[in-house]
Design a protein around this ligand. Structure first.
Ligand SMILES: [Zn+2]
Ligand SMILES: [Zn+2]
Ligand SMILES: [Zn+2]
Length: 315
């Protein structure tokens, strides 16, 4: 049983990961066909994992004929079709696809059937668009309906791999940005490059929330550390061994240790706090002249933290 569960979700994610690999390479007809086939397979497996979570019999074409002992032995055949899966997700799991998503999934289903049954004569551009849009719908599906529950390490690793492999898929990047551009431009919190997908689409708010790849890190300090390891390529052990300084500090505004010092890549947004969303330029935030703590700077660049200021006034 656990073995089967494992295979369903892991295989589904594995198919999506391999589809992105094909999609991110040279746009050769064979690679695009492979991507569409993998996405179709991946979609079906992910959908079945969702249905299985609702009830194991729902993965069968005819749930009346489901046989528990065969299921437990991993002997599963005659499972639900793509259309049945979609219908059941909506009716049984209350998963609502919007019109656009349904349209994309239907194009994927048709394209995959065509590939499997005939020689497809779809223009390359159109095939790449179908695959790219489908990959986005499935990425959102994983985030919204599967990722919320604890993933096995191998599954979590595949989801990470999927996020990392989005950037080279040019059409996918264009399509996704069309959908998120407005929100990112209107964001009232700082936006930084995402540690996994590398797109400048990660909102800094109670941790990190990437609108491009759906990565969500809800612990602010973990989010700041992830940024340092992935974007700066720093390693905690190496930094301390060589007497360096880990660029995550205490925030002068909220007091939490989630202030990322990114002055090496930006002077206007040199300090960003992953807890309170505070943002300071390199000029606005200095080290206290007395104790070295981060604090706001005066117009002439002089900086004294509240503690030291109070101490000086009292003495
Ligand atoms: Zn991302
Ligand atoms: Zn803060
Ligand atoms: Zn001080």
């Amino acid at each position: 049983m656990s073995d089967f569960r494992f295979r369903l979700l892991e295989n589904g994610l594995d198919s999506i990961a391999s589809a992105l690999e094909s999609l991110g390479g040279k746009a050769r007809a064979r690679a695009i066909k492979r991507a569409i086939r993998d996405l179709g397979t991946g979609a079906e497996l992910l959908f079945k994992e969702c249905l299985r979570r609702a009830h194991w019999t729902q993965i069968y074409r005819d749930p009346d004929k489901a046989d528990r002992s065969a299921y437990d032995a991993g002997k599963i055949d005659d499972t639900a079709t793509f259309e049945q899966c979609l219908r059941r997700l909506e009716k049984i799991c209350s998963i609502a696809f919007d019109d656009k998503q349904r349209q994309v999934l239907n194009s994927l289903r048709r394209a995959r059937n065509d590939i499997e049954h005939f020689e497809v004569n779809m223009p390359m551009q159109r095939a790449v668009a179908v695959a790219s849009r489908a990959a986005i719908v499935l990425l959102d599906f994983v985030h919204e309906h599967l990722e919320a529950s604890a993933l096995e390490p191998a599954e979590a690793q595949l989801v990470e791999e999927i996020r990392r492999s989005l950037a080279p898929c040019e059409r996918l990047v264009t399509e996704r940005w069309k959908a998120i551009r407005k929100e990112i431009d209107a964001a009232v919190v700082p936006v930084v490059p995402c540690p996994l997908c590398t797109q400048e689409a990660a909102l800094v708010e109670d941790g990190l929330d990437c609108r491009f790849c759906t990565l969500r890190v809800s612990d602010p300090a973990t989010a700041a550390d992830l940024y340092v390891t992935e974007v700066f390529g720093e390693c905690y052990y190496r930094v301390f061994k060589h007497g360096g300084c880990w660029p995550v500090e205490q925030c002068p505004s909220c007091g939490r240790s989630s202030l990322l010092n990114r002055s090496r890549e930006s002077s206007s947004a040199a300090f960003v706090c992953f807890s309170c969303s505070g943002e300071w330029s390199i000029r606005e935030l200095k080290s206290c002249e007395k104790c070295d703590e981060r604090c706001g700077a005066e117009a002439d660049g002089f900086a004294l933290c509240d503690n030291c200021r109070g101490w000086l006034a009292a003495s």
